[in-house]
Design a protein around this ligand. Structure first.
Ligand code: PLP
Length: 384
């Protein structure tokens, strides 16, 4: 835990370019061998200073609304003018639809209502835009409810029962998104249901978007399996275009969050307070929840010295968990939370006025570049 660049003050996220490129190469292999187009879901990973690299491999971005679409247009398409911007929102707003239409290549509606409401305007502004509808295949094995787009009473996507034939005549494609951190077996189950319900409409369509949640870059993922499934699907449906739009799989294990110990003491057990926060900087650890790995640390009791690691906010539950170490923790020690590049800084808050972690990139040649530092202004400007 030495070699920390002097100019970098904790807390900071460090994304390693080489690891990111390794992921992009795996995704590119899937593209080349299956014919699928892979686009980046900005919701999970939006470190736009890496987009020069990302745009060498991926075909565009998927945006969840106006701001992400603007970011894709400004920071991704400048490196690849052919890159595509796909914009989906659970519901578009009247005040934003014109700008969204003007900067999107594909627009994905969540319901026939929204499609009917905005279709004419969108086509008038951008006659070349492709229109899609998100459908709900009503099958999902997503591990937790908060990340299950096809759960009971889901608002995400239109079920077959709520479909109307008129809307389907207007669309160029269909989208579904039903997975979360899953392998090929889960995709197969979703596809089976999708085809059972919606295959009847495919002969008239240009494409189907299989959404995100494919854990393609995780060790052990069945990459050959997904390639096979996509090829078979394309063969079956007259070489229809297929998209995947992963977020997590792009940023997966490409870097970490580096923090420092600010204080240690005892209250029934050892406690350490860090200059970061589970609530503000690693929100999924509390929302999902899951335990982030700490480099060099074990489970509670596994090594000699166990500590409860806590954040620097006043939220009682701002706790990363109990971890054990070979040596007692000291003020100033560096602690590294692994795999903190996806769904972290895209969700961060300035809760309690604590500093947002800086963003840094480790280049291929080993140099570490500080990309962005945040300060008091970032906190103040969100309030008034
Ligand atoms: C979140 C989301 C994605 C990306 O999901 P990952 O799990 O990060 O791959 C793709 N498409 C839609 C519609 C989403 O909501």
């Amino acid at each position: 835990m030495k070699n920390q660049p002097k100019e970098l003050e904790t807390p900071y996220y460090l994304c390693e370019e080489e690891l990111l490129e390794n992921n992009l190469k795996i995704l590119d292999r899937v593209q080349k061998e299956s014919g699928v187009k892979v686009i980046l879901a900005l919701k999970g990973f939006a470190m736009w200073s890496t987009f020069e690299l990302v745009s060498k491999y991926l075909q565009g971005c998927t945006a969840s609304g106006l701001y992400e679409a603007k970011l894709a247009r400004e920071e991704f398409c400048k490196f690849n003018p052919h890159a595509e911007v796909h914009t989906y929102s659970p519901a578009f707003k009247e005040s934003e639809i014109e700008e969204i239409a003007s900067i999107s290549d594909h627009i994905v509606f969540n319901s026939p209502n929204q499609l009917k409401k905005f279709l004419c305007k969108v086509k008038e502004i951008n006659p070349k835009i492709d229109i899609s509808l998100r459908v709900n295949p009503e099958v999902s094995s997503s591990p937790v409810d908060i990340y299950n787009p096809c759960g009971l009473y889901s608002r995400l996507g239109t079920t077959l029962e709520n479909m109307d034939e008129e809307s389907l005549k207007q669309v160029d494609g269909l989208n579904f998104h039903a997975l979360c951190e899953q392998d090929v077996d889960a995709l197969e189950a979703v596809l089976e249901s999708f085809e059972e319900k919606f295959a009847q409409y495919l002969p008239n369509l240009k494409y189907v978007n299989f959404g995100g949640g494919h854990h393609i870059t995780k060790k052990g993922y069945n990459v050959d399996g997904v390639i096979w499934i996509i090829k078979e699907f394309k063969k079956k449906y007259n070489n229809i275009d297929v998209y995947l739009e992963p977020g997590e799989a792009v940023g997966w294990e490409t870097g970490y969050l580096v923090s420092s110990v600010l204080d240690t003491f005892k209250n029934g057990m050892n406690i350490a307070i860090l200059d970061t926060s589970a609530e503000a900087h690693m929100p999924d650890t509390l929302a999902m929840p899951y335990r982030a790995e700490v480099r060099g640390a074990g489970e509670a009791g596994e090594k000699k010295y166990t500590y409860r690691l806590g954040g620097n906010t006043c939220l009682a539950g701002d706790i990363m968990g109990d971890y054990s170490f070979d040596k007692p923790l000291k003020v100033g020690d560096t602690l590294i939370f692994e795999d903190q590049i996806h769904y972290t800084f895209v969700k961060n808050t300035t809760f309690n006025g604590i500093k947002l972690p800086s963003l840094a990139i480790k280049r291929r040649d080993g140099t570490v570049e500080l990309i962005r530092e945040f300060g008091y202004e970032d906190y103040k400007n969100r309030l008034s």
